[in-house]
Structures are given as structure tokens and as C-alpha cells.
Design a protein around this ligand. Structure first.
Ligand code: NDP
Length: 230
């Protein structure tokens, strides 16, 4: 049994991570922006006392900085940075604005690394030392055949670059780090035409997380284990 910290866990892929982990007997610290609106998450607590819910808005500096105090001295074995935003769908070359771009970069690229930095004591106390960052194939520069999507693509490419450094910098401390593309998943972000459901995505990613060791440290993989070009 391990303790997982999952961000953005009130809906979508994050919520399915929480459900799957609790079902198999792991402990979960699940974060959401607003606990009073996280009805699916709070309902899970009745069945699963191993679930702790903490508030965290990763775009809010005060919420981020005060998070270690809410987390206390809980040892975290596996950190899953899942919270993410797509940004404005109509933002294309010609009508891009810094005001649209900044919050997406903050949530998708900057906050995951700052949060890792803030909870380093909890991660060092954990025994698994696994750091998982949910990214996107749209962050692959090699795979970009379609153009457009400047805001989201660049935010995930920035996340990939930063997390690659983390995988190198923390290797001597025994941490193993993965960048995972969940597939095109039926969620609010992925939309109803997406190819797979959250269960298929999370089952695949949990298999990769369970098998994560030094040989996979720093890789960029899809939920089905396929390596994605940078
Ligand atoms: P959803 O839009 O369904 O859920 C996003 C989650 O992130 C919500 O819990 C949301 O909370 C949370 N979140 C957003 N902004 C913040 C913030 N400032 N602070 C804390 N939490 C926040 O998305 P998915 O479940 O589909 O996506 C999960 C991850 O997977 C994301 O990183 C996404 O980029 C990635 N991904 C998804 C794909 C897909 O096809 N669905 C494809 C590739 C990657 P709230 O409810 O409060 O808004």
C-alpha cells in the first residue's frame, strides 16, 4: 500500500485515478480547488477512509504556498501532477494574447514544478519516490503535424522540458520521474468524441507507474506504454 498525492482530482482523469487507487487499497491525498463543489470526491470519503481531501488552486500563489502546511508531515510515495487547463479554444495566430497564454503556462508548466519543490520533504519521506506529470502528446514538437493550438502545445512542451531536468536532478536522490500522455480521453477537456474512457487511460497509466524504475526515469510515454518523440 502506497500513499498517492493527486492534483485536480474532483473530475475527469484525476477523479478516476483516485477511485482506482482507493479500490485497489492505496491511500490517497486528493486535491481540488473547492471542496464544497467536489461532490464526487467527498462521496468517496464515506466508503474510503483512506481518502484525504485538501484544497489547492495551483494557479493561486497563496494557495500553493500554504499547501505544505495543509499536507503536514504526510509521507507521499507517489505524486501525480494531473491538474491542467486547455486555455481558449479559439486562440490562433492572429488573435493570441498574453492574457490568455499566461494562466495556461502557470497551471500546466510552472505550478507542477513549484509544487514539487514545495512538498520535497514529504516526497523524501516516502518510500517509492515516484513523480508523475500528466502531459500531452500535443506538447511533442516532433509530433506537431497540424500546427495551431499555440497556448496548450507550448504549455505542455514547457512542462516536458522542466520535468526532464527534474528527472536528471533528482535521480541521485532515488526519484524516478515520468511524463505521461493519457491518450485522447472522454472528459470535459477531451470532449465526447475522444477515443478512450478515463478507466482505460488510468488503468494503462497505473501499470506504467507501478513498473516505473530507473530504466524508465525521464521518459515521455503514452498511457499504453508507447514512447512519444520529444
Ligand atoms: P478536466 O478538464 O476534465 O479536469 C481538469 C482538472 O484540473 C479539474 O479537476 C480541474 O479542477 C483541475 N484544475 C484546473 N485548473 C486548476 C487549478 N488552477 N488548480 C487546481 N486544479 C485545477 O481535464 P482532464 O481530466 O481531461 O485532464 C487531466 C490532465 O490530462 C490535464 O493535465 C490535461 O492537460 C491532460 N490531458 C488530457 C487529455 C484528454 O484528452 N482529456 C489529453 C492529453 C492530456 P476544477 O474542476 O476546479 O476546474
Amino acid at each position: 500500500m502506497s500513499t498517492y498525492l493527486v492534483t485536480g482530482s474532483n473530475r475527469g482523469i484525476g477523479l478516476t485515478f483516485v477511485k482506482s487507487l482507493l479500490t485497489r487499497g492505496d491511500r490517497v491525498v486528493a486535491t481540488c480547488r473547492n471542496r464544497s463543489k467536489a461532490s464526487d470526491l467527498t462521496a468517496l470519503q464515506n466508503e474510503h477512509p483512506a481518502l484525504e481531501i485538501l484544497e489547492l488552486d495551483v494557479a493561486d500563489a497563496a494557495s500553493l504556498d500554504s499547501f505544505p502546511a495543509r499536507l503536514g508531515d504526510t509521507a507521499i510515495d507517489v505524486f501525480i501532477s494531473n491538474a491542467g487547463v486547455y486555455g481558449p479554444r479559439g486562440a490562433n495566430f492572429g488573435n493570441l494574447s498574453g492574457a490568455d497564454w499566461e494562466p495556461v503556462l502557470l497551471v500546466n508548466a510552472v505550478a507542477p514544478v513549484l509544487l514539487t519543490q514545495l512538498i520535497m520533504d514529504n516526497l523524501r519521506q516516502g518510500s517509492d519516490r515516484k513523480l508523475i506529470y500528466i502531459t500531452s502528446k500535443m506538447g511533442s514538437i516532433d509530433d506537431n503535424g497540424g500546427g495551431g493550438q499555440y497556448v496548450y502545445r507550448s504549455s505542455k512542451a514547457a512542462l516536458n522540458a522542466a520535468v526532464k531536468s527534474l528527472s536528471i536532478d533528482l535521480a541521485d536522490d532515488g526519484f524516478n520521474v515520468l511524463l505521461l500522455h493519457p491518450g485522447w480521453v472522454q472528459t470535459d477537456m477531451g470532449g465526447p468524441s475522444a477515443l478512450i474512457d478515463t478507466g482505460t487511460s488510468v488503468d494503462g497509466m497505473l501499470q506504467l507507474i507501478d513498473q516505473l524504475g530507473p530504466a524508465q526515469n525521464g521518459q515521455f510515454l503514452a498511457y499504453d506504454g508507447k514512447q512519444i518523440p520529444w
